[in-house]
Ligand binder design. Structure first.
Ligand code: SF4
Length: 306
């Protein structure tokens, strides 16, 4: 008789032989691939929900080896008529990454499976409307800015985002993707540039980091830490060392968190002093790039669409 336990991505079950079937508990359609000790569950977001926590059931095991659960989106051919849930689009100045200061066309997708304490786009969790990939591509062409960023929310939580990224790359845009690092990045077009967060303990979402993503970062990608405290800084410093991040990506970014009021779904956060962070970095001779969010210096911090 099989016993089932509920797991989330990257969580390990108690070990042993993996059952032949695993079934998703709610809205995730799936099929099984791979074999012990790595159990892969391929999924596609439900046509209505689009995003959600990847809770699923696997047989409880009694002895090693311990299987590692990973989720890989199923990529389907997408037509220009396929839709994504979009929160907003706007033309502004890039506020972060090594592209800071450059004009950029932003496509903010709706929905995010995380709830970081400091999230400054909580409105994107709830506010979105369907737009076709063709309409988004046309708008990018009309804006005629060579740099396009997909952001959110969590843009990669909608599997069709990977098709839009490919289309934008085909159209010769430089494509940036701001991602939380909690979704498998493997299907991303290799021409696009990932700016991938590693969520610190102070974010409240550290356990959602999909660490297997680190192996799939390319030399032109960037990794970002948003830091809420000295403890977060020490955690980030250890991650950089353990995973040799400075040698593996174009830039490792460190951002002192800005103050964020409590929201409907997030806890809120006190700011971290940028000067304290600068002094820690200098004392450690850490070859990272400190950044603040430039757009919040240009416009009021709460301004949307900039
Ligand atoms: S990953 Fe965190 S910061 Fe980014 S949109 Fe989701 S909740 Fe907000």
């Amino acid at each position: 008789m099989l016993h089932f336990s509920t797991l989330t991505r990257e969580e390990r079950c108690s070990g042993g032989e993996i059952g032949r079937r695993a079934s998703l508990r709610c809205w995730w359609e799936q099929s099984l691939g791979g074999s012990s000790p790595l159990l892969s569950i391929r999924y596609r977001p439900h046509s209505v929900c689009k995003v959600g926590a990847a809770s699923f059931l696997v047989p409880r095991c009694e002895s090693p080896p311990i299987p590692l659960i990973t989720l890989t989106p199923i990529l389907e051919p997408c037509s220009l008529d396929a839709t994504l849930r979009v929160n907003e689009t706007f033309h502004s100045i890039q506020g972060e990454s090594t592209f800071v200061g450059c004009p950029c066309f932003f496509i903010r997708l709706g929905g995010c499976p995380l709830r970081c304490h400091y999230c400054d786009t909580e409105y994107a969790f709830r506010e979105s409307a369907p737009r076709t990939l063709g309409a988004l591509l046309d708008e990018a062409r009309r804006v005629a800015c060579p740099l396009v960023e997909l952001t959110g929310g969590e843009p990669l939580a909608q599997a069709r985002a990977f098709a839009l990224i490919r289309m934008l790359c085909d159209a010769a845009f430089t494509v940036l993707i701001e991602t939380s690092g909690s979704i498998d990045i493997q299907p991303t077009d290799p021409r696009a540039i990932l700016v991938m967060d590693l969520k610190t303990p102070g974010s409240g979402e550290c356990e959602k980091n999909l660490l297997s993503n680190l192996a799939h970062l390319r030399p032109h990608d960037e990794v970002k830490f948003v830091l809420t405290s000295r403890e977060d800084y020490l955690w980030a410093r250890e991650m950089i060392k353990t995973h040799a991040l400075i040698d593996r990506v174009r830039a490792v970014l460190m951002s002192p968190v800005a103050a964020q009021a409590r929201g409907k779904e997030i806890e809120g956060c006190a700011p971290l002093d940028p000067r304290a962070l600068a002094e820690w970095i200098l004392a450690d001779r850490l070859q990272v790039r400190q950044q603040t969010q430039l757009h919040k210096h240009i416009w009021e911090p709460q301004t949307r669409g900039v």
